[in-house]
Design a protein around this ligand. Sequence first.
Ligand code: SAM
Length: 214
Amino acid sequence: MRLRNKPGAPAKIANYPQYVVDTPEKWQGRWKERFGNNNPIHIEVGTGKGRFVTEMAKLHPEINYIGIELQMSVVVVALDKLIAEDLPNLQLLHVNGGALTQYFAKGEVSQVYLNFSDPWPKTKHEKRRLMYHDFLVGYEEILIPQGEIHFKTDNQGLFEYSLHSFSKYGMLIEKVWLNLHESDFEGNVMTEYEEKFSNRGQRIYRVVASFPKK
Ligand code: SAM
């Protein structure tokens, strides 16, 4: 997802430090304090315009959500949704999902969502894929033992790559959906990309994979 640079974006983000965390490293190991409760923390890496995390936070007040997004021009779109909904259990982080161990302590996160991650189809860009080995190292460190990754995509190639990468890493593939919207899966919350691709007739794949207890 590429949005044009928005000139007002940095100022807007700076105006809402209660929603877009300005010094995330400061909260490493202290996210429960920031949310003001002991509820589990679920993160979405590559949250885009934020529809998924916003809807999930509305549906599940007993879970704390953190949407993580690299592009500032996209973070401000997610921020608008959060301002409108004023959800106490949702925060946004404008950081690289490849550096999560700087912002979360070991076992601080209960679940990782990856939704319609950029496919980076060229082999030379493999390291940018959010399910590449080095990202898995980071997720494993910040997740609770047996913590899960929930990934969905319309991209068959990236889906197959994720199964391969998860297995190669020693993760357990818990469940796979080869056609999510035609399955008995209940409670699916659509993302912006999911709506766009499913409206075009694209099939949606989903996988849940866990890190085995060490
Ligand atoms: N999850 C949203 C959805 O399903 O509508 C957005 C999908 S969009 C294709 C992928 C998003 O991931 C983009 O907004 C991109 O900036 C973000 N992204 C890519 N690599 C990232 C990284 N290393 N850390 C954080 N965000 C990343």
